[in-house]
Design a protein around this ligand. Structure first.
Ligand code: SF4
Length: 508
């Protein structure tokens, strides 16, 4: 089949200088993207995902969030369009995290980018993928360079052979974190599904098992948590609906067809806009710990007009059990907590209710209305909450509070361990546990108390190794490393010169 060639004004500025990677050149790429017609997308991202106090938290490539959402969905093909190094890193990371699907890739070079051939290649690839026996949807993700050069995914066909086509721009210079990139794709899918619902009858979900009004759960969580939440909702004559991002297309319809949305993770701003457009109320926070569960049940009941007697009966049953579980498994020790998942404030509440002396919570996510209840609750208990936390802020908190346990991202854990402080990875060890209701109360205590008790082992290791392999003498050396202060002075001189030059250029 021959398809017409669509002329595209690609922007070669996207390939200039050093501006082709996330290590530098974000401003130039942003300018290039605007010049290439992506202003509306960037403005929407700026509104949905506000930056500051600094530009961008140090975390993985944001596009990983969208890629992960696409790869976890059944009968969905996910295709990347971007630089080979970005695609290599993203593919590697997705398989490291257990993706069971292939990642599609449309490669480009400067010629195919500048002539618009890349768009043709993407369109051909979409047509090749569009097999309704295998796929419900194809997701195309523009990474930094194709976004900066204006590759117009919006003019791809919306549907081919009954397979939906969803093109999104997820540049590192427009979407601050991988958490928010999950929202970009989830919202694009909700928008598409909403337009299908508006157009006429849609397929019933394959696994709907209840006739009760449902609560859609927004945010990825430990697999047992939706079931635990479902058990609590049952007491209010409600049921747990799908978790968004969903695992299959038809779940999007039932997600939209809910009584209310529980924004368990508070950063899904664009998805919440879609629910709002569908006339659904959103409730923030989550049923974590005693106070969190009480407030959440009340808020859900209010959103769904549940009579107070039912809410009181649920509270009378659940809250004593939660209080007992918290009391039976206390956490004793000073803790700092940081992460980029979006559930940091919920974990923080649970730690405080378990008795931990929590001083600091840093999250890479922005402040949103949906996390205000949690922030206020934590601040009332003397916990410093830092949104859009930088690595420097997280490490400064560890240095300031010298906690008995630092929970954080990989570099925070490394920094804590260098100080011989026990530390746990948030993503692997904390996120991988139930947090909600009676099951969540006490689920963190075992791993946290065990880590805190490791302090003597950390001290022993520190005493044994001393400063071996620390700082710039790390690595494998065949001879005793020689200090070169003159090299260091030369590098510093060059850096200072470059900084002065940059400043002078800024003033022109
Ligand atoms: S796509 Fe990701 S890895 Fe590639 S330049 Fe952009 S932010 Fe960096």
């Amino acid at each position: 089949m021959t398809r017409p060639v669509i002329p595209i004004v690609a922007n070669p500025a996207a390939l200039q200088g050093d501006g082709v990677g996330c290590h530098s050149g974000a401003d130039q790429m942003r300018e290039a993207a605007r010049a290439a017609g992506k202003s509306d997308t960037l403005d929407q991202y700026a509104q949905d995902y506000p930056k500051g106090p600094h530009d961008q938290p140090q975390s993985m490539c944001p596009a990983f969030g969208s890629l992960r959402v696409g790869l976890r969905m059944k009968r969905t093909a996910t295709v990347l369009s971007g630089s080979a190094c970005c695609v290599y890193g993203l593919t590697f990371t997705s398989h490291f995290y257990g993706a069971r699907r292939s990642v599609g890739y449309v490669p480009f070079n400067s010629e195919s980018l500048v002539t618009g051939k890349l768009f043709e290649d993407i369109r051909d690839s979409v047509h090749a993928y569009a097999d309704p026996d295998r796929y419900d949807a194809i997701v195309i993700i523009n990474l930094c360079v194709p976004t900066a050069s204006g590759v117009p995914l919006q003019i791809l066909p919306k549907e081919i052979n009954g397979v939906r086509v969803i093109g999104i721009d997820v540049p590192g210079f427009g979407v601050p974190t991988h958490a928010e990139a999950k929202d970009v794709l989830a919202a694009a899918m909700l928008r598409y599904a909403r337009s299908e619902v508006q157009a006429g009858p849609v397929a019933a979900p394959a696994n709907r098992v209840t006739d009760r009004p449902t609560i859609t759960l927004l945010g990825e969580m430990f697999p047992a948590d939706p079931m635990i939440i479902g058990g609590m909702l049952q007491m209010l004559d409600l049921a747990a609906g799908p978790v968004v991002p969903t695992r299959e297309w038809r779940e999007l319809y039932s997600a939209l067809d809910c009584a209310a949305v529980a924004a368990i993770h508070p950063f899904y701003t664009a998805s919440l806009r879609e629910f709002d457009a569908a006339g659904r109320t959103a409730v923030g926070s989550a049923p974590v710990g005693h106070d969190g569960t009480e407030a959440w049940l009340q808020a859900i009941a209010k959103a769904c007009n549940v009579e107070q007697a039912k809410v009181d009966a649920a509270k009378n049953k659940l809250l004593p059990a939660i209080r007992a579980a918290l009391a039976a498994t206390p956490i004793k020790g000073r803790i700092t907590l940081s992460g980029y998942e979006g559930s940091e404030l919920l974990v923080a509440r649970l730690l405080v209710e378990s008795g931990a002396d929590l001083r600091y919570v840093g999250t890479a996510c922005p402040q949103t209305a949906m996390s205000n209840t949690d922030r206020e609750w934590l601040e009332a208990r003397g916990v410093h909450v830092q949104y859009r936390a930088s690595l420097e802020q997280d490490i400064a908190a560890v240095n300031e509070f010298t906690p008995d346990l630092a929970i954080g991202t990989t570099p925070v854990v490394q920094a804590a361990k260098e100080l011989s402080l026990p530390a746990l990875y948030f993503t692997n060890l904390i996120s991988a546990r139930p947090l909600m209701g009676p099951a969540g109360a006490g689920s963190l205590a075992t791993v946290i108390n065990a880590a805190i008790h490791n302090k003597p082992r950390m001290d022993e290791m520190k005493a044994f190794f001393g400063s071996t392999g620390a700082g710039d003498r790390a690595g494998v050396w065949e001879e005793v490393p020689v200090q070169r202060p003159e090299f260091r002075a030369e590098v510093r001189r060059k850096l200072e010169k470059a900084a002065k030059k940059r400043k002078a250029e800024e003033m022109i």
